[in-house]
Each structure stands twice: as structure tokens, then as C-alpha cells.
Ligand binder design. Structure first.
Ligand SMILES: [Zn+2]
Length: 212
């Protein structure tokens, strides 16, 4: 019964690499399932994955099957435990997000689309070793009231209601990061006010909702 969901996870992971958001086996992707989650396995190329390679695990870290879950399962599990609205989590090392993250920079409100992540800015979580509880704590804090955060000296993590939405959000955040990198190369941006960003966040809450 989970085969369809497992295949959707594989298809989205492949799309993540094909789009340039991620490369090789460095990213990982998960989907909430019952009391736990389905997550990409550790260190396997997405092109070779079959549905049986996707790991079903509980949020406490226990899992079934031969494949080991992604080494970053801890923050995926922490996000599902802490954020009811999260049904899909994407982690990748996109070039522009990673560039800012390696400078310890988040993304300020230089463009109204920054509000797509849910707040006035997109934070950068402090550095901690990959796969550690410390990294999980830092990511969860940086995601407070947000759906995306950068991770210092590392990359990007996004949460959303489903796989297509989390891929779209990650793509948008990487695009914003690319613009912000260009801005930093030539100067300082004009930052939108909190009041304007609040208005945009309010507008986004109804954007795309068709009247019935
Ligand atoms: Zn990573």
C-alpha cells in the first residue's frame, strides 16, 4: 500500500537533483506516514532507487528493512514531531543557499517572495555536525514559524504539506538565495518593512484559493 508513496518520494528526489537543487547523494527527502515517516536511504543514488529502498521508520529512530535511513533522519523526525502541518521535508545543498549558509547568513526581506517561507526572513540555523541531535535542535529552532531555513556551513531544509509543495518551496528559496548572492556582490539591498511583509504574508494566506 505504501508503494505509490514510496515512488512519489523517489520521483521527487530525482526531480530535486535534475533541477540542480541537489547533487549526488547529499540531500534527503521524507514523507510523513502514519505515526512515523518514509525517508530516502543513506548514501544511495536516486537514479538507482526502487520502492523497497525507501525506509519506513518511527520518529524515535527505529526502522524496518535492510536499508539504513538517511543520516539526517533526526531533524526530519523532529520536524514531524514538532510541526503538525509538515507532511513532507526536503533537505538539500543548493549552491546559492549553501553559499549564504557558509557565510552564516540568512535571507532578509529584500524581496516580498521571502514571505513564502512564512515570515519576515529565512533564518540560518547555527552549525552543528551533520546527523547530530544538536543539528536537529538548531534546525527546529530556525524553522519556528517558518517553512524553510538555511543551515550554517551546510544547506537548506524545507517543510510543506506535500511533496510537490516542498519541492516548489525549495526551488523558490534557492532562487531568492541566488538573487541575494548577486545583491551582496554589488552592495546592500533595500529591506522591506515588517508592516509590508506582514501584509504580504496575509495576502499569501489566501493567494491561489479559488472562489467556489
Ligand atoms: Zn546535508
Amino acid at each position: 500500500m505504501t508503494d505509490l508513496l514510496r515512488q512519489q518520494l523517489i520521483d521527487t528526489a530525482r526531480a530535486m537533483n535534475a533541477s540542480g537543487l541537489n547533487q549526488g547523494t547529499s540531500g534527503n527527502l521524507s514523507l510523513r506516514f502514519e505515526q512515523g515517516m518514509l525517508i530516502t536511504p543513506s548514501g544511495m543514488k536516486y537514479d538507482t532507487l526502487v520502492t523497497g529502498d525507501i525506509v519506513m521508520m518511527d520518529l524515535d529512530g527505529s526502522y524496518e528493512g535492510e536499508r539504513k535511513p538517511s543520516s539526517e533522519w533526526r531533524f526530519h523526525a523532529a520536524i514531524y514531531a514538532g510541526r503538525d502541518a509538515a507532511n513532507a521535508v526536503l533537505h538539500a545543498h543548493p549552491v546559492n543557499c549553501a553559499t549564504l549558509a557558509c557565510m552564516g547568513k540568512g535571507i532578509p526581506a529584500f524581496h516580498y517572495m521571502v514571505a513564502i517561507a512564512g515570515g519576515m526572513d529565512i533564518r540560518c540555523a547555527p552549525y552543528a555536525t551533520f546527523g547530530s541531535d544538536g543539528l536537529s535542535d538548531n534546525v527546529l529552532s530556525a524553522l519556528q514559524d517558518r517553512k524553510a531555513c538555511l543551515m550554517a556551513n551546510h544547506g537548506l531544509t524545507c517543510l510543506e504539506a506535500d511533496l510537490p509543495k516542498v519541492l516548489a518551496l525549495a526551488t523558490e528559496v534557492e532562487h531568492l538565495a541566488a538573487i541575494y548572492c548577486r545583491i551582496l556582490a554589488i552592495g546592500e539591498p533595500v529591506i522591506l518593512s515588517d508592516a509590508e511583509m506582514a501584509a504580504v504574508i496575509e495576502k499569501f494566506s489566501t493567494y491561489g484559493a479559488q472562489e467556489s
